[in-house]
Design a binder for this molecule. Structure first.
Ligand code: N01
Length: 545
């Protein structure tokens, strides 16, 4: 507490800043580095205890990134030139070491106040400054306020009856104990089969006495293709890095591949099979974001991809009942409208005698009991450890839960109850000089994080530079521009198959949350071009000097 009440430095009360950033993950760190370099006085407020954002919180067993080296890192040469990964898909521990390296090179932490949870923030028009309050009562003022809280800042735990009565160990995937949980010889459960649940199950299968996966919807997971990387290979590849980092911003999802130029039925069935096999063997998201360009638009075409997926996965599962639950012949939803998880040997886990699956769509969880989980059919499944991998108040939750108040006195939480509204996926009307990134209405969940963050981050830096150059006190996006952007977000989604399915793209699992697209679905290159336009002529902004 004494440290937080310092008179100078990032923990000081009454800080007066150019820029206050919330979040010390990929986005916040990039902005601190970029703005500080240009002479702005910036501080990061971070709820956690170190850099790394999602990789500090998501330390559940098996947590591993789903973008391949070197997609998932900064394009900053000082950072990549001396950094070496051990594998092409690093785990959370290695990503934390990466952030230690980033700090060593860019000296980030000296301007970070950790364990600083923002509870109230409002822009004061007369002063032209944000007043931001933390949980422990500190106040900071800043001309610019940047929310870089990420898409997974607010975890979602279903309101299961009896949740507190469980006598064993129970944790949400994004709040796993730092010291881990010993599951050897234990009876364990995983609730949820998103990327977190799949990764936990894959890790626990070989370790536990008994593992039960509670599945509501099958995850249409695809092979990760994880392999070790040597220092030499990476050194050799680094001559191409500059070009690769430019290339990733020209690819739809900010990965190093884009959709094919072809539609599915441009190819014969034999050619389709060969193409899918090539993507499958490549591993990673190639089978999703490197496939035929009509896959996410044409249900008939999508079915061809689904059938290839199901054939390949079903071959890996011995038990017919488990096979039908994990990879049904009829698609639970079109392939790729929910983000597929990258797996290594997820499906093989279900060939182990100790691994079971319960279909909670047919037989829902009715309560958590002192001994375990009771399902509708009356069975009480007994456990020592339960992992709740039920996701987040996805994408919008970070912004709606930090006490943001508009200049009209309304709260963002109330305003966004029925629908999120932004302009360009970086600003919100009524919240002048506030920018957000890797959140609502950006490419976010449809993209590789660092690519999105750098595109949006550079735009924010350029906007702030332009404002300073032109002596602007504040900017506020207009209602009209906001409506037009919302229409654009909806249009890009409505022409695709995304609205067919409830998913993290369409607002997520949280009961009562609006069913609507919360990502820009037109891809990173189109997004970058659209937001650039507003820099030329202030299009869509009210300007106050
Ligand atoms: O969460 P999710 P996540 N009762 O929302 C189920 C990314 N990520 O933490 O599909 C029972 O995806 C829900 O079922 P359903 C990831 O890509 C990336 O896994 O709604 N079950 C679903 O199975 C994603 O964008 C990485 O029917 C309930 C699961 O819980 C985001 O983070 C690793 C339920 C939630 O899945 C979140 O992923 C981890 C209920 N009441 C995460 N409510 C990598 O980089 C929900 N579910 C590898």
């Amino acid at each position: 507490y004494a440290r937080r009440r310092a008179t100078t430095g990032p923990y000081a009360d009454n800080l007066n800043l150019d820029v206050l950033i919330v979040g010390a993950g990929f986005g916040g760190v990039f902005l601190l580095y970029s703005l500080r370099k240009r002479g702005f006085n910036c501080v990061i407020y971070e709820a956690g205890t170190d850099l790394g954002g999602t990789w500090r919180w998501n330390r559940y067993p098996g947590a591993r990134v789903d973008s391949e080296v070197p997609e998932y890192e900064y394009s900053i040469p000082e950072v990549w030139k001396d950094w070496t990964w051990t594998t092409n898909y690093p785990n959370y521990e290695e990503l934390r070491l990466y952030f230690d390296h980033v700090d060593k090179v860019l000296d980030i932490k000296k301007d970070c106040a950790f364990e600083s949870v923002v509870v109230d923030a409002q822009f004061h028009e007369s002063e032209g400054k944000w007043h931001v309050k933390t949980e422990d009562g500190r106040i900071a003022k800043a001309k610019y306020f940047i929310v870089a809280a990420g898409f997974a800042a607010k975890r979602y735990i279903p309101d299961f009856k009896g949740l507190d009565s469980f006598e064993g160990i129970i944790h949400h995937s994004s709040f796993w104990p730092e010291e881990g949980v010993n599951v050897h010889g234990k009876r364990c459960a995983v609730i949820g089969t998103g990327a977190s649940g799949v990764q936990i199950a894959q890790e626990w299968g070989p370790q536990t006495k008994q593992l039960t996966v509670f599945q509501r919807t099958p995850n249409l997971a695809v092979p990760m293709g994880k392999k070790p990387l040597t220092r030499e290979e990476q050194q050799n590849a680094k001559v191409h890095y500059k070009r690769l980092f430019e290339l990733r911003e020209r690819c739809f999802g900010g990965f190093l591949f884009s959709f094919s130029e072809k539609n599915t039925f441009d190819d014969s069935p034999e050619e389709q099979e060969a193409f899918f096999q090539e993507l499958w063997d490549h591993g990673g998201f190639a089978f999703w974001l490197g496939t035929y360009k009509d896959n996410l638009f044409n249900l008939k075409a999508n079915r061809v991809a689904y059938d290839f997926w199901a054939r390949n996965v079903r071959n890996r599962i011995g038990d017919p009942r488990k096979r039908d639950l994990l990879a049904p012949l009829e698609p639970p939803h079109p392939f790729g409208v929910k983000r597929p998880c990258l797996e290594q040997n997820y499906y093989e886990q279900f060939n182990r005698p100790n691994v079971e699956i319960v279909d909670i769509k047919q037989n829902p969880i009715v309560e958590i009991t002192p001994k375990g989980i009771r399902t509708e059919d009356g069975t009480e499944h007994e456990f020592d450890v339960i992992a709740v991998a039920t996701g987040f108040d996805i994408t919008t939750g970070g912004m709606t839960n930090m006490g943001l108040r508009s200049i009209h006195g309304t709260t963002l939480k109330e305003e966004w109850k029925s629908a999120a509204n932004t302009y360009l996926g970086t600003t919100v009307s009524g919240y002048p000089n506030m920018f957000h990134l890797y959140g609502p209405h950006g490419p976010t969940l449809l993209s590789n994080g660092p690519s999105s963050v750098e595109v949006q981050g550079r735009w924010i830096v350029d906007m702030i530079k332009k404002m300073e150059r032109e002596g602007v006190k504040y900017i506020d996006p207009t209602e009209e521009a906001t409506k037009a952007w919302k229409a654009r977000i909806n249009h890009l989604s409505d022409i695709s198959l995304f609205p067919t399915t409830k998913s993290t793209y369409m607002g997520g699992s949280l009961p009562g949350k609006a069913f609507e697209q919360v990502n820009y679905a037109g891809g990173i290159p189109a997004y970058a071009a659209e937001i650039r336009q507003a820099l030329d002529d202030w299009k869509g902004f009210r300007i106050v000097k």
